[in-house]
Design a protein. Structure first.
Length: 292
């Protein structure tokens, strides 16, 4: 349960730290790239050594780490674009609804058991995510109607987030044995950081941007919790390997619940009746999924 709590708290902190960085107008892509290299450094310290040796290329999970790393930074970019163009609520809902994908994969790929109560819990969880993330007095971010490309962004985020959770579960079950978790994560973050540097090298001259050294501070504040959030999630999946179809929804619902409460307490965000209903439904969904 300690790893589960760590995953929920640290992942929630990532969202909150992005909100703080946005208030100070820190270039988010720069902070995200720094964050991934901070993750690499943090992981190397935790591991006691760097995994970047010649034998790394021959690890069975090397390709999966690369795919996950590119997916990491791709999803951060999609979340940012979706938030700017279509609103925070759309991005949040699309991201959290992705729990359906690893749930389905767990049922059919790993032959995990399911009951009516567990299915009902997932259904309630989806409603709870929508209710909890729906802002009070919601207004459209723009008066323009959404074009076909923008309309696809939430679906890309939905599929990408679900795919990432599924990839983590698959890699954990096939290639990780507890002794190589850190090597896997460090390598994935290095791939993300490398992809980010390439993106910055292309975009900064086009946008005529300069590197903002505040991004280093933001990257540190995001990177250390980011590494340990994934580290905790991998341990959670290992500890609850026999029933991952319920632990992933519980983790996601916990993030929704904790993030909403902290935003209300710290940032004084108002909770509408719909938001409060969503929180109550989240608790009910967690109970059904966990004990159904």
């Amino acid at each position: 349960m300690l790893y589960l709590a760590g995953s929920i708290v640290l992942t929630s902190w990532l969202t909150l730290s992005f909100k703080v960085a946005e208030r100070f107008r820190i270039p988010m892509l720069q902070a995200i790239v720094v964050n991934y290299w901070v993750c690499v450094a943090t992981g190397s310290i935790v591991n006691g050594s760097s995994p970047f040796t010649q034998k790394l290329l021959y690890e069975k999970w090397f390709g999966w780490a690369g795919a996950m790393g590119v997916t990491f930074i791709f999803l951060f970019t999609i979340i940012g674009i979706t938030t700017q163009k279509m609103g925070v609520s759309v991005a949040s809902v699309a991201n959290k609804l992705s729990l359906v994908i690893p749930f389905v994969f767990s049922l059919y790929l790993y032959n995990e058991s399911f009951t009516f109560l567990k299915i009902a819990g997932v259904a309630i969880a989806l409603v709870a995510v929508v209710f909890t993330c729906w802002p009070s007095g919601r207004k459209e971010p723009s008066g323009k109607s959404f074009g076909p490309v923008l309309f696809l962004l939430p679906f890309i985020l939905f599929l990408g987030s679900g795919l990432l959770d599924t990839m983590i579960k698959y890699a954990e079950s096939r290639f990780l044995d507890g002794t190589n978790n850190n090597d896997f994560l460090i390598t994935a973050f290095a791939f993300a950081g490398t992809a980010g540097i390439i993106a910055l090298a292309i975009l900064m001259p086009v946008r005529k941007e300069r590197f903002d050294f505040r991004s280093v501070v933001a990257g540190l504040a995001i990177g250390i919790p980011n590494y340990f959030s994934i580290w905790c999630l991998v341990h959670v999946l290992k500890d609850y390997a026999a029933d991952s179809s319920k632990i992933i929804p519980i983790n996601n619902m916990g993030i929704v619940l904790f993030s909403t409460l902290v935003a209300w307490l710290v940032f004084k965000e108002k909770l509408s009746f719909l938001n409060r209903t969503g929180i109550i439904l989240s608790v009910a969904a967690i109970a059904l999924i966990a004990y159904g």
